[in-house]
Ligand binder design. Structure first.
Ligand SMILES: [Zn+2]
Length: 447
């Protein structure tokens, strides 16, 4: 009788380095080795973005998981991927980073899943990650102090089988091109965006006239197209004019652009540094703009308050925030930074939901019925008098007028160029996916 195949989960994190390493790139090199050994992939490589608020994050705080079915054992799998991992980490050695490789055998336990979920919006001490792994067959290999275990566990444990997800097609550069500028034809990105803009996410920012699919920096990524299905991404990719030949391209399943980092809080009191939340409250101070161009206002519920910062890179999003007045009921969403000398605990605004606008009322004295000039008060309880013609009356009341706010209730988001990987565009609302079933994945690498 042949041994039944078991599902294994391989997680890696904290490999990115200023010298050019990239976690997704390493994962694919490992995958190539695994495929050479005849393993079966049961999911696309998972690119799991963890809490973007953590202070020591690598560029996008992305970790990667490979999920495979095989009759091999833990040590045999380690035999295949371990050397690839070690070689890569040594090549892009960076004392600040703490890369980890984690291989877990069998189903993801409730304990691992719970902690992995928390790693999406909170700070997790490595000890807790190690504790969650107790009792589960696994191999863990870390460099430096091993903080990467949190990310590796976060990747392995966030299976995105019952949460929203999207896909990203990432094309990588040949080593000989790394020192040159990325060469992707801008017009072809705009054309691709016109054709597939509905099924893809954040290719191009028309307001800032900026291509968003190419990263900056020394990493080996040439470009990344995000979208709803692998087939659209392949079609969109083929429309691009690349004036630099990519090394290879592959498709990831990811929690990008699904707001995985946002936890809906019951009260503002739950806000702590480095957490990412949605908070509901009432605007309690008039927004003001600092010299640096940032806009700040305060939001309170009946127990706690928090400062909200709308930063300069979010451009016109600040103009919307500036129209708020005390009394408006809002939901504010984003990650929390610790207090400093100049501000208190501050939520860095990613999305604004205006629930109700306080009517802005001005009181006006009525006009004189005889000469038409504006009346003035004749004293408390004495009605109004006219300074022009001497008319007096106790019978007319002050008039109220509701001023136009120039703002309506609803959701607001910043320009695309200010979006983080995790942030869900409002255009995706209603398009959320709910399930993913493990199945044999044929096409990860795109020709
Ligand atoms: Zn008058």
């Amino acid at each position: 009788m042949t041994k039944p195949a078991v599902i294994f989960h391989i997680g890696i994190d904290d490999v990115d380095s200023p010298a050019g390493g990239c976690t997704t790139h390493l994962a694919l090199l490992m995958l190539k080795e695994l495929l050479n050994h005849g393993i079966t992939l049961v999911d696309y490589p998972n690119l799991v973005r963890l809490n973007p608020g953590v202070p020591w994050k690598t560029r996008g705080n992305g970790a990667v998981a490979l999920r495979l079915a095989t009759t091999m054992e833990l040590d045999e799998i380690y035999e295949i991927v371990g050397s690839v991992f070690e070689k890569y980490v040594e090549e892009y050695e960076n004392p600040k980073h703490q890369p980890c490789l984690l291989i877990v055998k069998g189903d993801i336990t409730h304990k691992i899943a719970l902690l992995a979920r928390r790693a999406l919006y909170d700070i997790i001490p490595p000890d807790l990650a190690l504790k969650a792994l107790e009792g589960t067959p696994h191999i863990l290999k870390c460099f430096n102090k091993g903080r990467g275990v949190v990310g590796a566990l976060g990747a392995v444990g966030n299976t995105m089988t019952s949460e929203d997800y999207t896909f990203e097609l990432i094309a990588y550069r040949k080593i000989e091109n790394l020192s040159k500028d990325r060469c992707v034809d801008k017009e072809s990105v705009k054309v691709m965006n016109q054709v597939y803009g509905n099924e893809t996410i954040l290719n191009y920012d028309p307001v800032e006239d900026r291509v968003l699919i190419t990263p900056r920096g020394p990493d080996p990524v040439l470009l990344g197209i995000r979208g709803e299905t692998p087939s659209t991404l392949i079609k969109a990719y083929k429309m691009l004019k690349l004036c630099e030949e990519p090394d290879f391209a592959a498709i990831f399943r990811t929690n990008q652009h699904t707001d995985p980092h946002i936890r809906v809080a019951e009260t503002i009191c739950e806000a702590h540094p480095y957490m990412c939340l949605r908070l509901r409250g009432t605007v309690s101070t008039k927004p003001f703009r600092t010299v640096g161009g940032h806009v700040f206002f305060k939001v309170c519920d009946d127990r706690c308050c928090i400062d909200v910062g709308v930063y300069e890179p979010t451009k016109w999003f600040r103009d919307i925030a500036e129209l708020l007045i005390p009394g408006d009921v809002v939901e504010v969403q984003g990650c929390v930074r610790p207090p400093s000398a100049t501000h208190g605990l501050t939520l860095n605004l990613e999305k604004l939901h205006i629930i109700s606008l306080k009517p802005m009322i001005v009181y006006e004295n009525p006009l004189c019925t005889v000469c038409g000039k504006r009346l003035t008060s004749a004293g408390k309880g004495k009605g109004f008098k006219c300074r022009n013609c001497g008319f007096k009356s106790k019978d007319i009341a002050r008039k109220t007028r509701i001023l136009e706010r120039g703002l309506s209730e609803g959701w607001y988001q910043p320009p695309y160029s200010a979006f983080k990987h995790v942030m869900k565009p409002l255009e995706r609302v209603g398009r959320e996916k709910r399930v993913f079933h493990y199945t044999f994945i044929e096409t990860v690498f795109v020709a």
